[in-house]
Structure formats: structure tokens, C-alpha cells
Design a protein around this ligand. Sequence first.
Ligand code: SAH
Length: 352
Amino acid sequence: MDKILQDYITKNGPVDIGAFMQMVLGHPQHGYYMKKDPFGAAGDFTTAPEISQMFGEVIGAWVADVWIKMGSPSAFTLLEMGPGRGTLMADMMRATENVKGFHSACSIHLLEMSPVLKDIQKNTLKAFPGVQWHETFKGISPEQPLIAVANEFLDALPVRQLVMTDAGWKERVIDFKDGQFVFGLATPSPFISLPEGRAEEGEIYELSPERSAFMKNFCGVLKKAKGAALFIDYGYSEPGIGESLQALYKHQYVPVLEHIGDADLTAHVDFAALKEECRSVEAMVSGPVRQGDFLQSTGINQRAAWLSAKATEKQAQDIESALHRLTSSDEMGLLFKVMGLSYGYDFTLAGF
Ligand code: SAH
């Protein structure tokens, strides 16, 4: 990946952070997500569904609740965006096994770009032969209601960075000089809107035209089909100044310009910006609320108690520790947020 990036910069000049993220994560052969399974102890990071089955079970119950409130339509699309190993989908499906009519009404669709992860998802979901994979929303039917979920998907979409200098806002770019990658500054593109208000010299402001475009696109799909969606990710509810771009390699934070293509790159999600985007296309937006509050109000404590009642002492300890990790403010409970969207239905989404 280093060589590809180096050649690209030599030919085209420095790249902005967004183009860098896109290339490093999504390059068809050498992109981070395209060539490896990033999850678990042997990988680089662990996500909520990989921590505990309770996460997917609670989200499954949320999906079933939406479906019932919709009037239990006889056919609907269940879409997951960025499904990783397929664990969340498998847990949701298991949790809804006894919801009468749900499985027969449901067609599973996955939005995934990684061939490696697609293979893993195929294996995880082999009990469900009709699963369909997509790289865009083209194959999502507007003819039947849609229920969609995405966990830690938006954080993988590129951000760009502006830095305040004594000459005003500049865009942060990546250059190749004296045999190494270095950060540099460039005149911001006239197509990005600069933040209003005062900023101190050196302050960094992140923006994500890609996420906004993705959200707008998704809202268009949801509006046509009608339905509801849940986006879960780490991020902030109020717009803010600050850098959140981070690289994770074997569960350790590493400098962004090291382990290029082998470390995961993410940035916190600006939920305020996305909420604006969704409202501008008339979606009903719920939240964002903290993940801890969402999971508790949709029944994770009861789920943990139910599982613990049948568990060995060691298993009960694991359940307790997973519950703590997912919900407590000093772990994922506060940093992670949940945002709900709906179109065409006026019921309240559970958990908000
Ligand atoms: N939701 C999973 C995985 C999160 S990692 C979990 O919680 O465990 C991000 C996922 O999004 C991976 O499956 C990755 O391959 C996928 N992804 C990232 N960018 C994407 C894009 N632009 N289009 C489609 N899938 C993408």
C-alpha cells in the first residue's frame, strides 16, 4: 500500500485525508478492509456484536418491534450496512425466531464492499440461503418496507480535516518527502464549507462530505421504500472542533502514517451534521442517544439476567462484564451514540 500511495502522490501531488482514507481502506487489492478480517483477538479491534450476543439480540428485538408497529407486513427488506463478520445479523435472526411471521416476511440484504468479509458473512449466515449482497443501494426494492441497521459503519467513511493557521483555514493533506509520508497543508477546495466562528491557531476541524452524501443517498432509499433505520457509532452529538482520526493496529493506537493499509482508520461521527442532513430531506430523526441508554431502555439488562439465570458462574461473570462494556459510561455506553430514522410511519421508535 505504501508504494501505491507514494506513486499516486508523486504523480498527482498531495492527497487530502478523505482520499487517503478511501484509498487505504478501500483499495481493491491492498485496502485494509479488502484483504483481511480485522476483528477479534487476532485482528485489530472488537465491535459490540463481537463482544456479546446480547447486543444483536436487543437490536433484533428493536427490529421486530418496528416490524410489528408497521402492521407486520408480509414482505420487508432487512438491510445491514457494513456487516463485518455477519454476527449482528445472525444474532438478530436468532432473537426473532419466535416472532410469528417475521422470518418468512424478511429478506436479508447486506451492503458490503469487502470480498474477505463477504465470505465470512456467507459462512455465518449459511442458515439463510436468500441473503443478497450489494455494493450500492441499487438492488434495494422500493416496493416493500425497509428496516436497516448499521453498527460502526459510518466511522469507516472518510473525513477531511481543516487546520486553523495564521493565514486562515487550510486543508490537511498527506505528502511524500525525503522518503517518508508527512502531513502538509493546502488551500481548501472551494467546494467545502469552512466552519463559522472563532478557532485558535492549530485547531483541527473535521468534516465528512462522504458521510453526508451517503446519508442523503440512504434517506432517498428509505423514503421510497418507507421504513426505519438505526445507526450506531462512536461520535459526538454537538458539532465540535478537534481531531478524531485514529489508526488501530492489533488493538493499539498507532500513528496514522504508520502501518498504512494494515491498520484500521476511523474518525468519530458528527451526528449533528448527519441529523441536519436527514432533516433536510424530511426524515424523522430520533436521537442521537447514548448507546448505554438505548440498550438499557430496549431491554439489555433483562436479557443479561435471563442469560445469567441459565449460565455457569464463569459465564455469568462474562455476561456481566460484557454488559458493563456495552453500557457503562466509562466504556462504550457514552462515547457510542444511536440515531434512529424513519419515513412514512408515525410510530415512535423504541429506545429514544
Ligand atoms: N458492523 C460490523 C463491522 C464494522 S467494521 C460490526 O459491528 O462488527 C465496518 C464494516 O463496513 C466492514 O464490514 C467493512 O467492510 C464495511 N465497509 C466499510 N466501508 C464500506 C463501504 N464504503 N461500502 C460498503 N461497506 C463498507
